[in-house]
Design a protein around this ligand. Sequence first.
Ligand SMILES: [Zn+2]
Length: 433
Amino acid sequence: MARRALDRWLAGRMGWTADTPPSPGQVREWQLDRLRALVAHARENSPFYARTLSGVDVASIRTAEDFSRLPTVSADDLRREPEQFLCVSQDEIERVVTLQSSGTTGHPKRIFHTADDMEATADFFDWGMRNMVGPGQAVLVLMPGDRPGGVGRLLDDALGRFGARAACHGVMEDARAAVDQFLVEDASCIVGPPAHVNLMACEWERRRLPRDMVRSVLLCWDAVPDAVAANAERIFGCRAFRHWGMIETGLGGAVECMPGSGLHLREADLYLEIVDPRTGRLVSDGEPGEMVVSTPLRRGMPLLRYRTGDAGRILPVRCRCGSPLRLLDPHVRRMADGVDIGAGRIRLEDLNEVLYALPGLGDFAARVAGGTLYVFARGRVGRERIETALMSLPVVGQGLADGVLRIAVETSNDAVPAVPGLGKRRIEIDREL
Ligand SMILES: [Zn+2]
């Protein structure tokens, strides 16, 4: 089932008509062919690429190495002049997403989507979700469903294609209301950010609800801590699937299949390179580096070698399901994650693993100010246990011993997210104090 779903999606997008699925090598050849066409299209139609790709001989791009020598696009490029990336008229743009994020220009990123782009994302959601839910089942979605072309609507559209449906909860503000809606809707799957699903799992456990009602969970939108996936599997008694994606590339990026040896990349719509961030050179499969993405089939606002600022790696194995789609290691993180305290670097991904592993801890926020690490935790967990967990991290233990760090922990026994909204979580850093 898993293999058929993702392989059928891939064949559809590639226009692959043979009875057997394409081999990984054939997928790579097809990608390079589309990317060559995309370079020509982008250079002809977008002012930005007309400048950056002017001297490129398209016919000479024969291998992944050749492609990796093309110039990259930075996040600041997208902030500075997003319209310059457009290859179609504004009339063909169906949806514009504005991303407020830090950067050197002070401008937000703006991402333009055509109707084809949104259809491609719904198509990927459709086949990806078939691993997790079946016809007649409902999915509780902890993301906004009110905007046309937004993630909740696309998911609802995708689920409807095989007879399932989305029960859109919106961005979670209180896990008690989310659990209530799950029960009222008689849902069988939860899709949402790890922090919010973890709060739901804690609430589920507090009410002593049974383990056979949630049949699957999809953790998405933000980095997925192993501890949260483990909590969801233990408390709900089901598989927790992991997803990676970016708004810049149209949300869906990679998703786990049922055997789950890694996240299958959405290779028809996304070509991923892993490069050494210092030299820009491709690294071998299995090696970590910066993730650089291109969009082989996108015509409106194509991305050619966009530097994501995320660190990740391609797993050097094929999935047990047999799919030709490459596998992304689920542990994707921001390269700028963390704060240096003299004794080393405090990283959110490390805090995530030791804190979400504490039974009863629903969510937390972390801030570093004036040599103090502040942790605000939600849930039924004592302050001492949080402090002990923090001190188990070598950087925290060393910082305390060296006298360069203090820790301050506050707890509150409720089911409300520690960070409001749907932003990506990070350690807040206050240099002024
Ligand atoms: Zn697989």
